[in-house]
Design a protein around this ligand. Structure first.
Ligand code: BGC
Length: 324
């Protein structure tokens, strides 16, 4: 009898014990989070001009591709709306976070120079992308030669217009270095062509609506305008809208920047005459590659200019509309 009781008790104990193990495992086992606990080789930060900007998302896409291929954790951060102060704040924060490398849009002024120095003192490499600050201690620049890109915009105007031209400039932001250099290149190119006159420059705030408003103001103030140049990625789209609002039947020679699909579509529709192509995905990809090089082999290249070229309707037909 005793033996039966002992065996039954032992059986009940064993069953409850196994049950407890299974239940406890299911209840308390936490699946390891592969995205956060995976060991990466390096942690890089990419600081963009503005979070939801299509052009910066292409830079991010290229950077993520290189990061995935090389086992790198890439953090994409940016001010919600383009703002130099907010970007510099992020840069400072990333330096303090002690990531392995920072890829950032160059910003004018002493604060950027000071932060690049701070990074350098901490042996934290900083690479500029899209816009450079040559006088700073950034390790390298990857992106368009913005002065040359501006010259290309001037070249389209010289080659594709005849007679007196009155040009209005729509620019992303007056305090953005890439924009300042493009305008300087454009002015330099047209200076030996006295038939091409500049009226004034209006800011778009790197938005389509801002570019539409800028175009409206330009044409209101200078109805003699015969040509418009937009120096950032969404300006061309806004210029078409703005012109449609104020002078739908006016013929205006338009040069845009970048090859976002909406801009290419407007070229197909003959609403934009030319655009200056940049290659943001390649910039992002290359920047990560150079940053890896900096970690492992030291500095190889201080300045990597990605391609720029003039794109017109005939080029789209040749390439089947694909340019990225
Ligand atoms: C410029 C970037 C800018 C973007 C805005 C591009 O053409 O290179 O600096 O952030 O346009 O849409």
């Amino acid at each position: 009898m005793k033996a039966i009781i002992y065996t039954a008790t032992a059986a009940v104990f064993l069953i409850s014990f196994i049950g407890m193990l299974i239940y406890g495992y299911k209840t308390f086992y936490i699946e390891s989070d592969t995205t956060t606990s995976k060991e990466y080789k390096y942690h890089f930060a990419l600081i963009a001009e503005e979070t939801e900007n299509d052009y910066w998302r292409l830079i991010e896409k290229g950077a993520r591709k290189a990061a995935a291929e090389n086992d790198i954790y890439l953090e994409y951060v940016a001010p919600k709306k383009a703002d130099n102060e907010a970007l510099l704040e992020l840069l400072d924060r990333m330096i303090s976070a002690n990531v392995d490398g920072i890829i950032v849009q160059g910003v004018e002024g002493q604060r950027f120079v000071d932060l690049a120095h701070k990074g350098n003192e901490r042996h934290l490499p900083i690479i500029t992308i899209d816009a450079d600050v040559k006088g700073s201690e950034r390790q390298a620049y990857i992106g368009t030669d913005n002065f040359h890109a501006g010259e290309l915009a001037g070249q389209t105007m010289i080659e594709n217009t005849t007679g007196e031209q009155y040009v209005g400039i729509v620019t992303g932001r007056l305090d953005a270095l890439s924009q300042q250099e493009r305008i300087a290149g454009f002015k330099d190119k047209i200076k030996s062509h006295p038939r091409i006159h500049l009226t004034t420059t209006e800011e778009s705030g790197i938005t389509v609506i801002g570019a539409a408003q800028a175009t409206y103001s330009l044409l209101k103030e200078y109805p003699e305008i015969t040509a418009l140049i937009g120096t950032s990625a969404l300006d061309g789209m806004g210029m078409v809208e703005g012109l449609h609002e104020i002078a739908p039947n006016k013929e205006v020679y338009m040069t845009a920047f970048d090859t976002l699909p909406e801009t290419l579509q407007l070229i197909q529709e003959n609403k934009i005459d030319a655009t200056i192509a940049q290659y943001p995905e390649k910039m992002g990809y290359k920047a990560v590659e150079v940053m890896i090089g900096l970690q492992e082999k030291g500095l190889l290249e201080r300045e990597v200019f990605t391609e720029t070229n003039i794109i017109e309707k005939q080029d789209l037909q040749r390439s089947g509309g694909e340019l990225q």
